[in-house]
Design a protein around this ligand. Structure first.
Ligand code: ADP
Length: 425
């Protein structure tokens, strides 16, 4: 293993894994730290759920992941966080970075959430989301991690006692050696974490080249794009043309959707407008016993004979609010997640081998119901959402999963994903 990645959430883990695969690294994502050791691959991504937990808990979990990655031989460690630098005034980016630095015995690293292809750029230490400063973007109203300051040097400095500095874009314009020279000067001046600018993919590639031999990199998924070529130049590995290849599976395809985002509502509407087969979950009927996961599953299984089926709880905001008022936010979410997870499990038992899941929490519930512990990462369907392949718990059977968080994907995402996996529509 060359690279060990510790990701602070599940879909973020898939995002960075997808970047590595795209650049030719055979990559496996594990869900939490497995008890029986890590799989072998060029890169292993450990998906944690530490973005908003207490800093001490995030540190402890990240150190456990680091120990497993080091035991498996990782040459370099990558702490992956969100491209909008999602964190609270207490952390967890600062505390986790400091703990990983201490454990790795290093006194210098970078911090760079930039991902220009997705509109996230860092200029003179300030993070932009499209044309807006982070603090003017929708992120200022995030329920858990509101980001009200775009100056990442200041944001990160508030989370750590290490000195935070700045590695500017005009230094990156000078190429890898100039960037390394600047990093050496920053380090000599006592800077422990340098927030790095990046306005283009070119900057990310230069940054990755300059940082390929640091024990630790902290970043969004963007920097990962440049690491495989930097490793290849050092002769550490050969990019593989088949890194994204998954097996060719037979068996029907299906879609399970529990996301109520704008994008997912449009995707469900598109599927229905195309006249494809679909079954709707009604949370209130589910609660009152007028509908059950097993009856919907039976109908869905029957429908598979005619082609892929969509089972959805996806609904417009007014309807979701009404359900939440009647049942409570938490209870409504769990009721629907449990039903969809049960249905996904039943569909896979009925032979489905290509399954699209819409919704971050919904994906978590489905993966748990299937007993999946690791995912081999395949080709992207859209930026950030690759096909993945898992082995079903208690068997050697494979299943392919496309796990889409809320707002990703165009209106035709479901059909596009299934077609890409070879499912006839
Ligand atoms: P996203 O990635 O879009 O945030 P998630 O799956 O993470 O999607 O979250 C959606 C949440 O909404 C889940 O807890 C799901 O169970 C719940 N949910 C789905 N459909 C409905 C509905 N019709 N009414 C109320 N809650 C719903």
């Amino acid at each position: 293993m060359i690279l060990g990645v510790i990701a602070d959430d599940f879909t973020g883990a898939t995002d960075v894994a997808s970047m590595l695969v795209r650049a030719g690294m055979h990559t496996v994502q594990v869900l939490g730290v497995p008890h029986d050791g890590l799989p072998q691959a060029d890169a292993v991504v450990v998906a944690l759920k530490t973005r908003t937990v207490a800093p001490a808990d995030a540190v402890a979990q990240s150190l456990t992941a680091l120990a497993a990655l080091r035991a498996a031989g990782a040459r370099q460690t990558y702490f992956k966080y969100c491209s909008t630098f999602d964190s609270t005034p207490q952390g967890n980016i600062g505390p986790v970075t400091a703990a990983l630095m201490a454990a790795l015995g290093t006194d210098f690293t970078i911090a760079c959430p930039a991902f220009p292809e997705n509109g996230r750029t860092v200029f003179r230490g300030h993070l932009f989301v499209g044309d807006a400063l982070l603090s003017d973007s929708g992120m200022r109203n995030h329920p858990l991690t509101p980001m009200t300051d775009a100056n990442l040097v200041r944001v990160l400095q508030a989370q750590t006692s290490h000195t935070v500095g700045l590695l500017r874009h005009d230094t990156l314009d000078g190429g890898g050696p100039a960037t390394q020279a600047r990093m050496a000067r920053l380090r000599a001046d006592g800077v422990a974490i340098a927030v790095a600018d990046a306005l283009s993919n070119e900057h990310l590639l230069t940054l990755a080249e300059a940082c390929a031999e640091l024990p630790l990199i902290t970043a969004g998924s963007g920097v990962a794009l440049g690491l495989p070529p930097a490793y290849a130049r050092r002769g550490w590995f050969m990019p593989k043309a088949n890194a994204a290849d998954l097996d060719t599976l037979q068996g029907p395809g299906a879609v399970v959707s529990g996301s109520c985002s704008e994008a997912t509502n449009a995707q469900v509407a598109q599927w229905l407008a195309a006249g494809r087969s679909a079954l709707q979950i009604d949370p209130l009927a589910l609660h009152q016993g007028g509908q059950s996961a097993d009856t919907v599953l039976a109908q869905a299984t029957q429908a598979l004979a005619q082609g892929p089926v969509l089972v959805y709880a996806t609904a417009a905001p007014e309807s979701v609010r009404a359900v939440q008022q009647a049942l409570g936010v938490q209870a409504a979410g769990e009721l629907v997640e449990n039903a969809l997870a049960r249905i996904a499990q039943g569909l896979v038992q009925a032979g489905v081998r290509r399954l699209v899941v819409a919704g971050g929490e919904t994906s978590g519930a489905v993966v748990q119901a299937l007993g999946v512990q690791q995912l081999r990462i395949g080709a992207p369907i859209c930026p950030g959402v690759p096909w993945t392949q898992a082995t079903l718990a208690g068997s050697s059977e494979a299943v392919q999963l496309a796990l889409k968080s809320g707002n990703f994907g165009g209106v035709d995402f479901f059909a596009q994903a299934l077609q890409q996996a070879g499912v006839a529509l």
